[in-house]
Design a protein around this ligand. Structure first.
Ligand code: UFG
Length: 339
C-alpha cells in the first residue's frame, strides 16, 4: 500500500516508517521538521535499504499538502504530526490548537477531496486525564487536563463526527501510553529538544553524562515505592500496533479506539534500576516535590487491542532500557540539532 506519514521524521513516525518499509509498503513522509530532523530520514533509508518520498510541508499549508496528494496515490494516512509538550501547551494554547487541530482539519479535508478514507491517528492516554479507573480501558470517559490533551481529544471528536457524517471512512484511533526505547540499530530514537520533559530520555542523558542527576518528582505517592507508576511501551511494539491497525482498516469501514500499552506498570525507581543495569552506569537522583499535574498511576487495559488487532506488546523494560541506551550512546547529541 501507499501510506502517507505525517510527522514521519519524528520519534514515533520514524520508527513506523522503518516497519512499514520493511513490510513492503511504499511510504510518503510529510514533516515540517519543527520538532524533528531531516537526518532521521537519512537514517531510516539506511536501515530499511529502500528510498521513499518526503516533503517539508506543514499540514495547514493546504496547497502544499494538495500537491503531495496530487503527486502520489495514497491508500492510507498515519497521522503522527503534532506538538506534544504539556507545559508548552499550557503557555501557548492557541499554538497547540492551531498546529494540532487546524493541521488535522486541513489534512482530513484534503483526504476527503482525494477520496482517501483510511486513517490511523496518534492519540494519547492523556485524554483520560486524572482517572481512578486503572488499568484504564477505552470506555473510561475522556477528561484531559491540559491544552495538549484537549487538542488530541478534539481531534478524536472531529474524527467521530466525520465518521457519523460519512460511515465509509476507516478510522483507527490509537491511544499511546508512555512510548520509550529505540530501534535496535541505535540509528534512530527520541531526540528531545533541550531539557527532556520525560523520564526515560532524562535518565539516558544522566547516564551518558550530559546531566548530573535525575530529579525524581515525588516519593510520597500511594505506590509500592512511593514514586509514580507508568505503562512504558517500547516504540517498536507501538509501531507494530500501527501495522495491526492498518490490517484492521482493510477489514472494512469503522471508527475504533484502541489503547496501546503493555498493561504493566513500572515505577520511577524501577526504571532507574533497569537503566542502571542496561547501561552499567550509576544514575544519581534526588527526590523533589511532586510535579504539578502528575498522577500516581497510569496503566493501560490493552485487552481490546489484543482481541481485535491481534497485537500485544512483547518487549519489557530491560529491552526498552537497553535500546534507549544504545541510541543515546551512539548519538550523545541526538541528530545533532542541539549542538
Ligand atoms: N518523572 C521524574 N523525573 C523526570 C521526569 C519524569 O520523576 O525528570 C516521573 C514523573 O513524575 C512520572 C514518570 O516519571 O511519574 C513519567 O513521567 P513522563 O514525563 O515520562 O511521562 P508522563 O506520564 O508524565 O507523560 C505522559 C506523556 C505525555 C502526556 C502525559 C499526560 O509522555 O505526552 O503523559 O500526563 F501528555
Amino acid at each position: 500500500m501507499n501510506i502517507l506519514l505525517t510527522g514521519g521524521a519524528g520519534y514515533i513516525g520514524s520508527h513506523a516508517c522503518v516497519v512499514l518499509l520493511e513490510a513492503g509498503h511504499d511510504v510518503i513522509v510529510v514533516d515540517d521538521f519543527s520538532n524533528s530532523s531531516p537526518e532521521a530520514l537519512v537514517r531510516i533509508e539506511g536501515i530499511a535499504g529502500k528510498p521513499f518520498a518526503h516533503y517539508r510541508v506543514h499540514l495547514a499549508d493546504r496547497p502544499a499538502l494538495r500537491a503531495v496528494f496530487e503527486a502520489h496515490p495514497v491508500d492510507a494516512v498515519m497521522h503522527f504530526a503534532g506538538f506534544k509538550a504539556v507545559g508548552e501547551s499550557v503557555e501557548k494554547p492557541l499554538l497547540y490548537y492551531w498546529n494540532n487541530v487546524t493541521g488535522t482539519t486541513v489534512l482530513l479535508e484534503t483526504m476527503a477531496d482525494f477520496g482517501v478514507r483510511n486513517i490511523v491517528f496518534s492519540s494519547s492516554a492523556t485524554v483520560y486525564g486524572d482517572t481512578d479507573r486503572v488499568p484504564t480501558d477505552e470506555l473510561c470517559p475522556a477528561a484531559p487536563t491540559n491544552p495538549y490533551g484537549r487538542s488530541k481529544w478534539m481531534i478524536e471528536l472531529m474524527l467521530q463526527d466525520l465518521f457519523r457524517s460519512d460511515p465509509s471512512w476507516h478510522m483507527a484511533i490509537l491511544r499511546y501510553f508512555n512510548p520509550v526505547g529505540a530501534h535496535e540499530s541505535g540509528l534512530i530514537g527520541e531526540d528531545p529538544n533541550g531539557i527532556p520533559n520525560n523520564l526515560v530520555p532524562y535518565i539516558a542523558q544522566v547516564a551518558v553524562g550530559k546531566r548530573e542527576w535525575l530529579r525524581v518528582f515525588g516519593n510520597d505517592y500511594p505506590t509500592r515505592d512511593g514514586t509514580g507508576i507508568r505503562d512504558y511501551i517500547h516504540v517498536m511494539d507501538l509501531v507494530e500496533g500501527h501495522l495491526a491497525a492498518l490490517d484492521k482498516l482493510a477489514a472494512g469501514p469503522g471508527f475504533d479506539v484502541y489503547n496501546l500499552g503493555t498493561g504493566k506498570g513500572t515505577s520511577v525507581l524501577e526504571m532507574v534500576a533497569a537503566f542502571e543495569s542496561a547501561s552499567a552506569r550509576k544514575i544519581p537522583y534526588r527526590i523533589l516535590p511532586r510535579r504539578p499535574g502528575d498522577v500516581a498511576v497510569s496503566t493501560a487495559d490493552p485487552t481490546r487491542a489484543q482481541r481485535e488487532l491481534h497485537w500485544q506488546a512483547r518487549r519489557d523494560i530491560h529491552d526498552m532500557s537497553r535500546d534507549t541506551w544504545r541510541w543515546q550512546m551512539q548519538n550523545p547529541d541526538g541528530y545533532g540539532r542541539n549542538g
